[in-house]
Write a protein that binds this ligand. Structure first.
Ligand code: NCD
Length: 305
């Protein structure tokens, strides 16, 4: 049985197949409308979510299946003290596949050890968020036509941002990518991530000011300061508006420098950018449904001709 705990669970060849499948789903949705008739996805969300949970549920429904689950630990037996291991054993009796989001790093891995059904990591603490990476990669592939030979700026909370960790690890398998990490010193990218880049021979730089580097970027991945992972509110308040991408900054960027963001956005992208053709963050959400449909089919080993 196959799980999706990190994007590294897939080879780059398998990722290509997944993106091809997602692109075919986008083009021919009718072909897949009954692929999961009679199947159920359980969404076990111990942490807040809008996009990810609804996207998984919509993905299963688009395939003809159904969705069940809970949104918030307080609505589940976790509030009574049940372990993730016991919950997933129980859920294995109700559903064919599960997506789990938890505030503890490694929770999805624990679930997979005790599960009789495929488990998808929908975010584990400040660690990883593989399906966000799949849709980020699909968006880059669709917009740029390639997954190699570019300079990507990653800006904001690079310490706690799990989408950043999964994305960098995944991009570090494609050719000729230069990474520019833009963050306040307190929120710099963890050493274990830059160690991976060094080991694999990728070039990267770290800086504080977005205006110093924006002209050379082919892609800009903005992120929210992860308030829920801070130890004290004062630090959050000091850092939360460190970056605000606005029209003035966008004027300095290349004409095809697409702006990505996993969302939710707080203040880090001014709404005045939303109409800029380079704003790709709402497109990402749409690709997210196709890529999650492709992932569900792949993990359930369902083939549609
Ligand atoms: C991200 C997450 O949960 O890590 N959201 C999402 O799933 N699109 C990013 C964030 O919350 O900032």
């Amino acid at each position: 049985m196959r799980h999706c705990l990190t994007p590294l669970d897939f080879t780059t060849q398998e990722l290509d197949q997944l993106f091809d499948l997602a692109a075919d789903i986008e083009k021919n949705p009718g072909k897949y409308a009954h692929a999961c008739d009679g199947k159920k996805i359980a969404t076990l969300f111990y942490e807040p979510s809008t996009r990810t949970r609804l996207s998984f549920e919509a993905a299963m429904m688009n395939l003809g299946g159904k969705a069940l689950g809970f949104a918030g630990a307080d609505q589940s037996s976790a509030a009574k003290g049940e372990s993730v291991a016991d919950t997933i054993r129980v859920v294995s009796c109700f559903a064919d596949i599960a997506a789990i989001r938890h505030n503890k790093e490694g929770a999805a891995y624990v679930a997979s050890r005790f599960s009789d059904i495929p488990v998808i990591n929908a975010g584990d603490g400040g660690h990883e968020h593989p399906t966000q990476t799949l849709l980020d990669m699909m968006t880059i592939r669709q917009l740029k036509g390639r997954l190699n030979h570019f300079t990507i700026g990653i800006c904001g909370d690079l310490k706690f941002g799990r989408t950043v960790h999964s994305l960098v690890k995944t991009l570090a398998r494609y050719e000729d990518i230069h990474f520019v990490f833009i963050s306040p010193p307190e929120l710099r990218v963890p050493d274990y991530i830059t160690d991976i880049l060094e080991e694999k021979g990728y070039t990267y730089e770290e800086c504080i000011k977005l205006e110093d580097v924006i002209t050379k970027l082919d892609l800009l991945y903005m992120t929210r300061v992860q308030r829920e992972r801070f130890f004290n509110e004062e630090d959050y308040i000091r850092l939360k508006d460190f970056y605000v991408l606005n029209k003035k900054l966008m004027r300095r960027a290349k004409n095809d420098m697409y702006v990505l963001h996993p969302l939710p956005r707080v203040n880090e992208i001014s709404v005045e950018i939303d109409k800029d053709p380079r704003a790709a963050y709402f497109k990402q959400v749409q690709y997210g449904v196709y890529v999650r449909m492709a992932l569900i089919l792949t993990l359930l080993d369902i083939h549609v001709d």
